[in-house]
Design a protein around this ligand. Sequence first.
Ligand code: 3HC
Ligand code: NAI
Length: 680
Amino acid sequence: MTAINSVTDLSREGDVAVITINNPPVNALGQAVRDGLIAALDKAAQDDGAKAILLICAGRTFIAGADISEFGKKLSGAGFMETQDKFDAMKKPVVAAIHGTALGGGLEVAMCCHYRVAVASAKFGQPEVNLGLIPGAGGTQRLPRLTGVPKALEMVATGKPIGAPDALANGLIDEIVPGDLKEGALAFIQKLLSDGKGARRTRDLQEKVTGDFAPIFTFAKSQNMRGFEAPLDAINAVEMATKLPFDEGITFEQKTFLARMMSAQSGALRYLFFAERKVSKIPDVSDDTATLPIKKVGVIGAGTMGGGIAMNFANAGIPVTIVEMKQNALDRGLGVVKKNYDGSAAKGRFTAEEVDRRMSFLTGSLTFEDLSDCDLIIEAVFERMDVKKDVFAKLDKVAKKDAILASNTSFLNIDEIATATSRPDHVLGLHFFSPANVMKLLEIVRGEKTAKEVVATAMKLAKTISKVGVLVGVAHGFVGNRMLEARANEADKMLMEGAMPWDIDQVLLDFGYPMGGYAMWDLAGLDLGWAKEESHSDTLRDLENEAGRKGQKTGAGYYDYDEKRKATPSPVTEKMLKDLWAKKGVSPRQIPAQEIIERQIYPMINEGAKILEEGKASRASDIDIVWLYGYGFPAWRGGPMYYADAIGLDTVLAGVKKYGLKPSALLEKLVSEKKKFSDL
Ligand code: 3HC
Ligand code: NAI
């Protein structure tokens, strides 16, 4: 074995030269890897005893992409172009052996090889759009030549990876290797050689990119991308593979890739990539903190949230006992879960047997005693402090000594709930978002007394159930709902100045949110937290509720809904609001879109600053992750705190004052010191 450089080795196995990349943790295609690949290919080309070349990676994965931390920095040594050219110049067949994830530049290197074999668990993707980029090492030109246009378009425009069977069926790989990857790849090479097959450059494969693809591209480009630029650029680049000779297609790709790299959207998305990895690091809870085993879970309440919460654990193969007050509530709750699973099976996500398997992890019960062997119990009952305390006091008696007791409360004080128990160190909030089986965010609420090992256990658990766990402190609404409330209050004020709910929602949609605030209320239910006895017919929400218009579930709320749940602005709402203006002597004015967006974003940023000031979030980027995964903040804007830094905190502060809000002390301090949230 010869070391080519610190991350590349070259060896000989019989008549095959084997290049091994070893660049932990994910074999990113950094400068050293590119230089090493070129030098190793040169050496292998000159080795008369080697008839073919195998490229394989050490560690957990094949090359998982370009090295993102290199982006934006000046490079010395080989670039992506030279690396591609070197592969294309090889006369001996080059075979890539793939395990783990061949992503981005990694898949592009694999496609520069002449053949590809992989283990069955391998994944393949061009996730560059997730970073606001397009593939920049030939992916937009080589992928369609291997898979054909529709599959290539799907992969580059959505960024979603595909599995090995899909890759094989679409011509992206040549064989799935059972057993040991290297042995299988060497056997594949011997077969190639004995069949007399040589180098097969992907660039020369024209068949799948020849023809009339106009309708496919027209359709792809017509998808609503809500301001997100990269997918359209990626589609255009793939189109060039069908219109231009290979080298010109590559030049087009390069130009687009470099422009995207300089774009504000890519800057924001690259920031989020690292923000998501930072979020699991907690300043005072080290990575080696002991965690408690979670082998069995209890859920109390099988309502909107309880059922969805339980599904997360069943999906991960962890048994769950769900406790309700009455049999009919339990039956209804479990029935909704079964319907959800059946729906997924009908869509082909998994088989009918899998539905039964997942359901088999769920057991219903009407007594708390059945929770005595659970390691974690999550309460999802009505949002009332007296009810929660009563539940926690009872739980404390039946739960085993080390069991963790968690509340899914949206707003209530976890420290107060913990006082109902004899184990406040084992109490915390696990705030799931609706629908709980779908939304990726999990706010992990650390109480004053929550033990570090309980925090560490919850962070680990989030990963087990495929959630993004964000640690937050105790405060009304924690991070997400607290900021949402600041936004909603300002929206309600605008209603009383002349805006209709859909005027405000439209501005949020134009900003890039998937849904406006009032449409979101209609989805959640207008009666959430509303009580008839306390209603004064004083707000639009009061009037809607009093009229039985509680949102989608009643077919009407701020909007009217048809049987397909399609929303239209409601004349009933319009009349209610106009009557309210008349009653309160409001002279309505048309509020400009710019004012609406400022009044929907600045209050959130100001509240986010207060959250940081109070130490209720570890870092500004954690807040951005909450908004990304909990509320669909447009990722390409980076999150509210990143957005604030981008437009300037002085602008935000001036806006906060202009609209009569009390500025956060931290915001004022940062402006006076000419600093940003990212400097904290
Ligand atoms: N560049 C630099 N660092 C990377 C990286 C990359 N492409 N991918 C992962 N890392 C780092 C992470 O920051 C993390 O570092 P840390 O331990 O210091 O926090 C470490 O590798 C492990 O990553 P994860 O925690 O994400 O590990 P997982 O096992 O959960 O996931 C993965 C592994 C699926 C490879 C995931 O990291 C991933 O999706 N990476 C990004 C892949 C990607 O987007 N590639 C395309 C890059 S753009 C490109 O290739 C342009 C080209 O077309 C020219
Ligand atoms: P829900 O009203 O749909 O369900 C609550 C269920 O708890 C009911 O089925 C009820 O029978 C049961 N229950 C009440 N007391 C009980 C007891 N003592 N023992 C056993 N079961 C009992 O309410 P939902 O929407 O599921 O909310 C539950 C909690 O989750 C609340 O704290 C809420 O604030 C929170 N939450 C709700 C979200 C939402 O969008 N609905 C989002 C995030 C959190």
